[in-house]
Design a protein around this ligand. Structure first.
Ligand code: NAP
Length: 160
């Protein structure tokens, strides 16, 4: 099972502000949807609060320490750690899982995932949540895909 981070990042590394993504790009949302459709999407509890309803056509996975956390939606499952979620999917039918944020979750998984699909937006912006540093000794930039409002950088982990 391939573990993939997918994120949209401003030129100065911002991914969030006041609990939200501080821009709206239909084109980027379409790119996100196209890549993640039909695969599980794993997110931190704060990102879930920001989205507030399940992403359609995907199993939505929320990570929280709160053992009493639940939602009214049948397509949302909850784990108390990332490790528990990864163990669950390692024996599932899914060939890929996407880790979709936010900042705390990205920082915890960047050393554990196989690839990164990063939309670099064409601008800088103010924010309070940032994408972790990409260690050039660990990642190979495999491809760049140019869109109107952003460029998608696809990184794969170096095999040591
Ligand atoms: N630009 C993008 O691509 C993108 C994507 C997603 C989100 N965002 C933005 O990022 C911001 C949210 O990010 P964030 O860093 O504040 O929060 P987050 O990563 O979405 O969620 C953090 C929460 O996840 C839970 N958690 C994290 N690690 C855990 C672990 N190891 N075990 C159990 N639970 C764990 C905790 O929930 P509990 O406190 O309930 O225990 C923690 O408070 C928002 O502004 C959002 O809009 C941007």
């Amino acid at each position: 099972m391939e573990k993939i981070i997918i994120a949209a990042i401003s030129k100065n590394n911002v991914i969030g502000k006041d609990g939200k993504i501080p821009w709206h790009s239909k084109e980027e949302l379409q790119h996100f949807k196209k890549n993640t459709m039909s695969f599980p999407v794993i997110m931190g509890r704060k990102t879930w609060e920001a989205i507030a309803k399940p992403l359609q056509g995907r199993l939505n996975v929320v990570i929280t320490h709160d053992q009493s956390f639940s939602t009214q939606f049948h397509e949302v499952i909850v784990f108390q750690s990332l490790q528990l979620a990864f163990s669950y999917f390692s024996t599932s039918i899914y060939t890929k899982v996407f880790i979709i944020g936010g900042g705390e979750i990205f920082s915890e998984v960047i050393d554990k995932v196989d690839s990164l699909i990063l939309s670099e937006m064409n601008f800088e912006t103010e924010g309070d949540t940032f994408f972790p540093e990409i260690d050039g000794t660990k990642w190979i930039l495999d491809s760049n895909e140019l869109y109107t409002e952003f460029t998608v950088h696809h990184y794969i982990r170096k095999q040591n």
